[in-house]
Design a protein around this ligand. Structure first.
Ligand code: PMP
Length: 424
């Protein structure tokens, strides 16, 4: 099912006819899955950290550098115009994918971290004052904690944290009581990277908007698993990374509502973001350029467009069904191993499993799995406050993507059994 002979960076491609999802066919699109690690076939269960790339994305990147590269938005020459067109076509693919109203509401960034820092820095500088509050949750990745801490400290504002229960679900009663006339923004994750919890974003947005408070969602872990419609959600800011949705690293998106983005000052100064510069005063460019200073990650943007083109060829429901099947199969199989304890048991979960083998350190489990060619994540997953809540240093995390099959789960289960027998 490789798309390598097509032109995945054209926005006008008809994607309304969806391909039937077949995991064995999908696996053929990802060349890295053919390789061996420590003499074993690679079992890649770390897509939550970064997903692998299909051949169509690799081809688009190679083609860009061998045939199209020039700097964008500035040149009158042919190559510059072609590169600009490809980059702006990618923005349009992404706009359509998340159903933003305008393409200038889709800002290219370096990734989720950069997107959140943009909002914290720009929105924070404009709207946060002494005594104001920003609400986050106990599930957050450091990249949706630290930028708020930094700007709150600078502006004399403070952070409030929505607590969770033992299953790793948000306490929505507590959330409602945290919302006040001092709240300036609610910034929460859509899917927890450590636990897989899918948060009740519709309710969060409804309650926040009831008090005229904008909402930022960290969509880093949601975008590769579910359909995102920013207008249907009525979300104010939505941040995600290209590399977790089968695209390149170093590129990501911040969606922001036009009205809000227009009120916010630029994040960084430099080329492209200006209208007119004199030594006395600079006026700024319109959206999206106001927030895109300097030469961007051109190939990253184009590669992300190709990744989304790849992803949307499949029926969303069949991807969701497949990943839920893998999640439930893995949960059921792992639960039969003596000593395995799950961390995060929310009712609504994406395909992420965090666990411990009681009496052993996650690093040791991860190392033993690695020796069998099985790539999992170990550690605190950039969620130290969440690990503190559970009183643990970290977990072993298996995160699944569209290319994982039941054989991957079987390999993980066999690997964990082996690790447990060696460690206990
Ligand atoms: N938020 C969440 C929920 C994440 O999982 C990650 C990546 N682990 C990030 C933010 C940061 O993403 P990036 O490193 O691509 O900026």
């Amino acid at each position: 099912m490789s798309l390598s002979n097509q032109q995945p960076n054209t926005p006008h491609q008809d994607v309304s006819i969806k391909k039937v999802f077949d995991v064995e066919e999908v696996r053929k699109d990802f060349p890295i899955l053919q390789r061996q690690v420590h003499g074993n076939p690679l079992v890649y269960l770390d897509s939550g950290a970064s997903a692998q790339k299909p051949q169509s994305v690799i081809d688009v990147i190679a083609r860009y550098y061998s045939e199209q590269h020039a700097n964008i938005h500035r040149g009158v020459h042919h190559l510059s115009q072609e590169a600009t067109q490809a980059y702006e076509d990618a923005r349009e693919i992404i706009r359509k994918y998340i159903n933003a109203e305008h393409s200038h509401e889709v800002l290219f960034t370096k990734g989720t971290t950069d997107s959140i820092n943009l909002v914290a820095s720009s929105f924070g500088r404009k709207f946060l004052n002494e005594g104001d509050e920003v609400i986050i949750s106990a599930l957050e990745h450091h990249s949706n904690i630290v930028p708020w801490q930094m700007v709150c400290e600078e502006r004399g504002a403070s952070m409030k944290v929505i607590p969770i229960n033992q299953a790793g679900e948000l306490d929505m009663v507590a959330f409602e009581s945290l919302l006040s006339n001092r709240t300036r923004l609610v910034a929460v994750t859509h899917v927890s990277n450590s636990l897989g919890t899918v948060t009740p974003v519709d309710k969060i947005i409804e309650l926040s908007h009831g008090k005229n408070i904008p909402v930022l969602l960290d969509g880093a872990q949601a975008v590769p698993h579910m359909h995102i419609d920013v207008q249907a959600m009525d979300v104010d800011f939505y941040a995600f990374s290209g590399h977790k949705i089968f695209g390149p690293t170093g590129v990501g998106i911040l969606y922001g509502k036009e009205a809000l983005l227009n009120q916010m000052p630029p994040y960084q100064g430099g080329g492209d973001m200006i209208e007119k510069v004199t030594f006395e005063k600079t006026t700024y460019n319109t959206l999206p350029h106001k927030f895109e200073a300097g030469t961007p990650n051109i190939v990253g943007g184009i590669g992300l467009g190709a990744a989304i083109t790849y992803f949307i060829q499949f029926d969303e429901q069949s991807i969701l069904d497949h990943e839920q099947d893998i999640l439930h199969y893995a949960t059921e199989q792992l639960s039969q191993i003596q000593g395995v304890k799950f961390i995060g048991t929310a009712t609504n979960k994406a395909s992420v499993i965090s666990f411990l083998i009681e009496g052993s350190h996650p690093f040791d489990v991860g190392t033993l799995l690695d020796q069998q060619g099985i790539a999992v994540r170990t550690g605190h997953h950039c969620t130290q406050p969440l690990m503190d809540f559970y009183g643990i240093p970290g977990t072993v995390r298996a995160s699944f993507a569209i290319y994982n099959n039941r054989a991957d789960v079987d390999a993980l289960v066999a690997g964990v059994k082996r690790a447990a027998s060696m460690l206990l």
